[in-house]
Design a protein around this ligand. Structure first.
Ligand code: COI
Length: 363
C-alpha cells in the first residue's frame, strides 16, 4: 500500500453522551468512525474518518452468507493528567492480520490503520469516560462486501473502526463468577478458526452460553474439541489457574485465541518472579487438585473484562469452589496493575502504552 492521506469529515450534529454510571458494554457509539475500502484492482484505499452512520450494503454481500469477517477489541483511557492512552495497539493489528490470513482477507497496513485509529480517538476523545471501571472500547473490523453467492474469498471488503464508551463487560465486574464446564458443545478445534478473531467463533459459542445461563451460570469453560478433556478458554477469554503455587494456562494449540491480555499477564507474572507455565491442563487434573486442596485460584483474561475471577466450577455434578468463592490475590494484583498501566497511573516498564498525541494527517 502506498502512503495514503486519511481524509476527515467532521460531524455537524454531536450526539448526547451517556452518564458515566449508566454505561453498559457496547450499546452507545461515538460521533465518528474510520472506514476504508478494498477492491481487487485498487487494494486497500480511501481511508477516511466520517460521521458515525449506517453503511449501505447489497443483500448479496458475501459476509451475510459465508461470514468472512474478522474483528479486534482494544481500549483507550484518559489519564489523570489528560493523556489519551492506548494499550499495545500494534498487537491488535498484528493479530488482525493473522486472522485475515486465516479467513483469506487481504492484509491491512498496520501503520495506516493505527494512524486512522489514533486520529479517530483524538477526534472523539471527549467520549472517553473517566469513572472507575470505564473506558472507550475500540472495535476495528473487516467484512466482505462483494455481491456474490459463490463460496470463494470476496474481491471487495470494508474495514471500519467504531468506538463505544463502556462500563464493565460482565455485570459481576471483578466479582467471582460461577462457570459450567461444557461437556456437549465445543468452541473450536485445532485446524479450524479458533485462533482467529472471527465472527463465526462467537456465533458457535452462543448455544452453550444460552444453556449455561438458563441454569444459573455466568459462562462456560470450553474443553478441546477432540477428546473433550483439556481446558481451552472460558467464555470469550483465556483462562489461568494457580495450582499448588504454580500459575498455569493452556498452551496455544491452534484452537485457542492468542490473547493480548493473556500475553501481558504472562509477562507481569514473570516480572514478579512467579512461576507461570503454558501447558495442557486436563479437567481431571483440576478436579484432583481441588480434592487435594491445591486449586488456589482461577481467572479469565480478556480485553473487555481485563481479569474475571472464577469463584466456582461445575463439572458434571461436582462443584469446585475456588478460594472460598473470593477474588484471589493474583487476580486482584493483575487487575490493579494492568488497569493502572492502562490509565497511566502506574509505571509502564514494558512500554505497553501508546499515547495519542501529535496527530498527523497522513502517514
Ligand atoms: C474480550 O474479552 O476482549 C473479548 O473478546 C470479548 C469481546 C468479544 C466483547
Amino acid at each position: 500500500m502506498t502512503k495514503q492521506t486519511i481524509s476527515v469529515q467532521l460531524s455537524t450534529a454531536k450526539k448526547q453522551k451517556p452518564e458515566a454510571d449508566k454505561l453498559e458494554f457496547g450499546r452507545t457509539f461515538t460521533d465518528h468512525m474510520f472506514i476504508m475500502d478494498y477492491t481487487a484492482e485498487n487494494g486497500w484505499h480511501d481511508p477516511r474518518i466520517v460521521p458515525y452512520q449506517p453503511i449501505e450494503m447489497d443483500p448479496a454481500a458475501m459476509v451475510y452468507h459465508y461470514g468472512q469477517s474478522v474483528f479486534e477489541g482494544l481500549k483507550a483511557y484518559l489519564s489523570s493528567e489528560g493523556r489519551v492512552l492506548l494499550f499495545r495497539p500494534e498487537k491488535n493489528f498484528e493479530r488482525l492480520n493473522k486472522s485475515n490470513d486465516r479467513l483469506c482477507i487481504p492484509r491491512v497496513d498496520p501503520e495506516i490503520v493505527l494512524e486512522g485509529l489514533k486520529q479517530l480517538v483524538q477526534i472523539d476523545k471527549e467520549w472517553i469516560p473517566q469513572a472507575e471501571g470505564t473506558s472507550l472500547y475500540i472495535r476495528p473490523f473487516i467484512i466482505s462486501t462483494e455481491p456474490y453467492l459463490g463460496v470463494a474469498p470476496s474481491n471487495m471488503y470494508k474495514m471500519l473502526i467504531i468506538l463505544s464508551p463502556v462500563g464493565s463487560y460482565y455485570k459481576e465486574g471483578i466479582r467471582p463468577v460461577k462457570i459450567a464446564v461444557e461437556s456437549e458443545f465445543v468452541r473450536a478445534v485445532a485446524g479450524g478458526t479458533g485462533n482467529a478473531k472471527t465472527a463465526g467463533n462467537y456465533a458457535a459459542s452462543l448455544k452453550a452460553q444460552e444453556v449455561a445461563e438458563s441454569k444459573g451460570f455466568s459462562q462456560v469453560l470450553w474443553l478441546d474439541g477432540v477428546e473433550k478433556k483439556y481446558i481451552e478458554e472460558v467464555g470469550s477469554m483465556n483462562i489461568f489457574f494457580k495450582i499448588s503455587g504454580e500459575i498455569v494456562t493452556p498452551a496455544l494449540n491452534g484452537s485457542i485465541l492468542e490473547g493480548i491480555t493473556r500475553n501481558s499477564v504472562i509477562h507481569l507474572l514473570k516480572q514478579w518472579g512467579l512461576s507461570v507455565t503454558e501447558r495442557k491442563i486436563s479437567v481431571d487434573e483440576l478436579v484432583q487438585a481441588h480434592k487435594d486442596g491445591l486449586l488456589e485460584e482461577a481467572f479469565g483474561t480478556g480485553t473487555a473484562a481485563v481479569i474475571s475471577p472464577v469463584g466456582e466450577l461445575i463439572w458434571k455434578d461436582e462443584s469446585l469452589v475456588i478460594n472460598n468463592g473470593q477474588t484471589g490475590e493474583i487476580a486482584k494484583r493483575l487487575y490493579q496493575t494492568i488497569t493502572g498501566i492502562q490509565k497511566g497511573a502506574l509505571p509502564d516498564t514494558f512500554g505497553w502504552t501508546v499515547e495519542v498525541d501529535k496527530v498527523s494527517q497522513s502517514c
